[in-house]
Structure formats: C-alpha cells, structure tokens
Design a protein around this ligand. Sequence first.
Ligand SMILES: NC(=O)c1ccc[n+]([C@@H]2O[C@H](COP(=O)([O-])OP(=O)(O)OC[C@H]3O[C@@H](n4cnc5c(N)ncnc54)[C@H](OP(=O)(O)O)[C@@H]3O)[C@@H](O)[C@H]2O)c1
Length: 324
Amino acid sequence: MKAITTRSYGSPSVLKAEEVPDPVPKGDELLIKVHAASLNQANLVLLKGKPFLARFAYGVFKPKHIITGSDISGVVKAAGKQVKHFKPGDEVYADLSNYGFGSLAEYVAVPEKALALKPTNLSHLQASAVPLASLTALQALRDAVRVQPGQRIMIYGSSGGVGTFAVQVAKAFGATVTAVCSKKHMENMKLLGADYVLDYGKIDLTKYYGSFDAILAINGYQHLATYKKLLTENGVYVMVGGSASQMFEAMLLGPIFTLGSGKKLGNFLKKHNTDDLVELTNLIEADKIRPLIDRVYPFQEFKEAFTYLDQHHAYGKVIITIQN
Ligand SMILES: NC(=O)c1ccc[n+]([C@@H]2O[C@H](COP(=O)([O-])OP(=O)(O)OC[C@H]3O[C@@H](n4cnc5c(N)ncnc54)[C@H](OP(=O)(O)O)[C@@H]3O)[C@@H](O)[C@H]2O)c1
C-alpha cells in the first residue's frame, strides 16, 4: 500500500510517499481502508521531534512511528477474531494518537477500542476532521474547566482545529463564549455561535480583568499573570496549547501563582476515550457541533498540507484525502 512516512526528524521535506507492506490486524484489531485523514499539530511534533522532550515518547534519535498521521475516517475491511462490535463494511472514525499513529496510509490496523461509528450526517472527509481536535475540546471543557451553563468563558485562539470545536462545545454546554481570534476570523466565530468576539491583534485585555469564570487557552500567547487577572475570584485557566515555554510556565508556575487565591491555573492533556468520541458523534448528529474544514489536499500534496498547517493560521482543519 502507499503511505506517508517519517524516517528522520525534520521539516515537511523529510516526509516521503512510499510503498510499504499492508498491515495485518491482530485478534482485537480491524483493518480499515482509510478514506480521509486530518492533520493536527501533534503530527508536526512527531515530524520535527520538537519540543525535544516529546522524543522520549516518540523516539529519541528518529521517529519510532514510521507512518504518520492520527485522525482517520474509513471503512472496515476485515476484523480480527476477538472483535465484538464492528464488522466489514462499517464506516468508522478514530484518533490514533494513542494507538501508534499511521493514519496517512491506504490501510491501517486499529484496535477495536479506538474506533467509533462515523457520524451518519458527515462524509468521510468531514468525519476525519473530528476525532483528536474535538476530543481535546470536549475533555478540556468538561473535565478540566468543568464548564457550567451560564458561565462566562474566554476561548483564546479560537479559530483553529481545536478552537472551532471548543466554541461549539462550550455553547452546547450553555456557556457564554468570548472567542479571541484574528480580525479575519471574527465574523466566522460569530457564525459558529460565539457570543462575543475579540481581535487578538487589537485587544486591550485590561478592560476585561475579573470578567471570566474560565479561560481555555488553545493558541494562547499571553502571560500567565495576565490570564490570572482576567479571571473572576474562583476562576479557572486551562492551557491546551501554545509554545513549549508557556506549557512549562503553566505547569510549574500555575500552582505558585494561585497560592492564597481561589483561582486555578494549569495544563490539560487529551486522553483517548471512545465513549467521548461517541458523545461527540451524538452532538454532531444532533447538529449541535460540526467540523470546520479549511483546506483539503489530495494524497500526493502531503508536503504542502503539512507546510500549510505549520504556518499556524488554518481556520478549522486541514485534510488529506487518501481514496479518491
Ligand atoms: N493539550 C492537548 O491535549 C492538546 C491536544 C490537541 C492540540 N493541542 C495543542 O493546541 C494548540 C492548537 O491546536 P490546533 O489544532 O487548534 O492548532 P491549529 O489548527 O494549527 O491552530 C491554528 C489557529 O491558531 C490561531 N493563532 C495563531 N497565532 C495566534 C495567536 N497569537 N493568538 C491567538 N490565536 C492564534 C490561528 O488564528 P489566526 O489565523 O486567526 O491567526 C489559527 O486559526 C497546539 O499548540 C496543539 O499542539 C493540545
């Protein structure tokens, strides 16, 4: 089969399209014919081996996961003997970032526990945009922020893969959402359901001190002390993404910054959970959330797709089609 491989760390130029052996599913695995795969910032971490700490998970000198890519939507072609819930012909989707990656290939062998049935109202192309980014948005809001109806929440960096889901999920939970994005995406954020939209290029944050019960920083490039000032007395700040230094800042300084106050500042890391993917499927089928797709690249333009994602200005998701 054809696959996109990373045999050394580097820029998108080290990616190659190669012929590799078809995967053979084990007893608890299914063989999936991949129709479409979406890209995530995690794929760039795996490609570049940066931040360096990530190499302890993904391979110190070279990537241990040769076939890259995490999100798939496709069709079951074969099922191992111990598989209970799926059969050939089922249309499924999954986030493979906790299951060895490998989505950018014609076929991938996936453990049953990673899969959910694809939402019936989405094409494979649309469904491939959903898993990793929407799981991140759902878990960050529900489990880390513990969002409640009527809460005022700021979503900083709201227009990318995770942010476009976060705005919709926060609205589905009944929060009042202030989305922070660049000027060019402001109108889109309103169409997506945000109650208020602020331009990160012009914003005077001092006007909003003490205004938010929660802040979800997805592409959040403000200082931790600034976020703390934006929170109400018992407010919560959760960092999802940004630079590596900000991640360590939130992890190490968050507890110190909040000593003696009711505020909480910290990080969040998505975990795979198929029940959560099913919950997202239900929200999609109930038309409460939908994937936003910025660009779709044919398989042979994989380098262009990674290069575009690397610019950090996608509106929603970037997709690579595997089957025509
Ligand atoms: N913690 C976890 O478990 C977890 C899981 C998934 C992702 N992440 C992290 O979350 C982050 C976002 O992921 P993503 O998929 O949303 O990335 P993405 O799709 O590449 O995000 C692109 C968006 O970032 C916005 N952006 C760029 N610079 C910004 C700035 N200075 N201020 C505010 N927004 C800015 C862009 O908006 P404009 O075009 O309008 O500038 C663009 O819409 C990444 O750092 C990723 O590694 C973490």
